[in-house]
Write a protein that binds this ligand. Structure first.
Ligand code: ATP
Ligand code: SF4
Ligand code: MG
Length: 333
């Protein structure tokens, strides 16, 4: 938490689970616990990173912040308004200020629609714009994202992957949102265009003061563009807070493992390669105690007994690990 600063988005103890199909009749109902007891804050104008292995709940958590994923429990606030207490009409109005760009621009743009139809769709849903006004807004937005107004009557198949993502960004920004979820926005694109798209997102953020939730597997990019970060493992927060503090001093064994893998080829890196033991557990039956039990190279006996609480170890640097914050004198289990 940052002192004296009001968050744009605030999550309080948010949990989400999905029912799993039974393997045989009369089986007890089972659930995937995608997100468990997550609390976090995202501040206006920042780029907030969300990292963790595939399937750990990043997209589900991002969707809760947009009000498009129902929660089992917990509260979500957007600018002091509780999204989780809104009716459909209120939620629709709040969502005007929140948008998303998708990982895969190849499948997220309908090939039968022209670029004009794709980008103007949010304007048509909100209503109140003439066709001339919409064409002008779409033309201006195309120029903002590095395309030309003349592109609006073409179709997605005429464009490269990077250009398609620019169209996706134009669509997301046409209503001038305050908050944008970028769910792995470059991972489906050719490496040669990653930097261009990331630079475009940064330029647009500066110009329109948009707050980003940025999901990525690439920790080097997170370090470069994010101000704060949340490290997730099996639906839970492992480490969270200021990017510079966490990258300079990764405290949680899972964060250390993620960072050591990413920076293995970086000659300047200070972290030894951490090798995780054990198998990735089942999301239907997560380990009892700390979620990282069984894979953690620093596991203690007590780690299987209960969940470590998320504790602030320095300003805006939180860690959920029994090795930090509570029991100082414990020895290896
Ligand atoms: N609609 C759904 N129905 C059932 N299970 C779901 C649904 N959406 C997600 N899950 C499950 O919830 C867990 C978290 O999924 P989620 O997509 O949020 O992970 P992720 O971190 O975004 O993964 P990735 O990095 O692969 O995109 C996974 O076990 C996934 O299979
Ligand atoms: S609580 Fe225990 S198992 Fe979990 S990360 Fe810390 S040392 Fe490892
Ligand atoms: Mg995802």
């Amino acid at each position: 938490m940052r002192k004296n600063e009001k968050p744009l988005i605030k999550l309080e103890n948010v949990s989400v689970s999905f029912p799993v199909k039974n393997d045989f009749p009369f089986q007890k109902k089972r659930y995937v616990r995608a997100v468990t007891d997550v609390s976090m804050e995202i501040y206006p104008g920042e780029t907030f990173g969300l990292v963790g292995e595939s399937g750990c709940g990043k997209s589900t958590l991002a969707n809760t912040t947009l009000g498009i994923q129902k929660v089992d429990s917990g509260k979500i606030f957007f600018e002091d308004q509780e999204l989780t207490a809104m009716d459909k009409k209120q939620l629709k109005a709040a969502r005007r200020s929140m948008q998303m760009i998708f990982q895969d621009p190849f499948s997220s743009l309908n090939p039968r629609f022209s670029v004009y139809e794709i980008i103007s769709e949010p304007l048509r849903i909100v209503g109140g714009y003439t066709r001339e006004q919409m064409r002008e807004l779409v033309g201006n937005m195309l120029q903002e994202v590095g395309l030309s107004a003349g592109d609006m009557d073409r179709f997605p198949s005429d464009f490269s992957g990077g250009q398609k993502q620019r169209i996706g960004i134009a669509r997301a920004l046409i209503l001038k949102p305050k908050y944008l979820v970028c769910d792995e926005p470059v991972s489906a694109l050719d490496v040669s265009v990653h930097a261009q798209i990331l630079n475009l997102l940064m330029d647009l953020q500066d110009k329109y003061h948009i707050t980003y939730l940025f999901i990525s597997h690439n920790l080097a990019v997170v370090k470069r563009i994010c101000s704060r970060v949340l490290v997730m493992y099996f639906g839970k927060v492992m480490e969270y807070g200021d990017v510079d503090k966490i990258f300079a001093n990764p405290v949680h064994p899972y964060t250390q493992a993620l960072m050591s893998a990413i920076f293995d080829t970086d000659i300047d890196h200070k972290h030894e390669r951490v090798r995780l033991k054990g198998e990735v557990p089942s999301p239907i039956n997560p380990p009892i105690g700390c979620r990282f039990c069984g894979r953690c190279p620093q596991e203690l006996d007590r780690c299987k007994e209960g969940d470590p609480p998320l504790l602030e170890i320095e300003e805006d640097h939180y860690v959920a690990c029994f090795r930090h914050g509570i029991v100082e004198a414990e020895t290896d289990g």
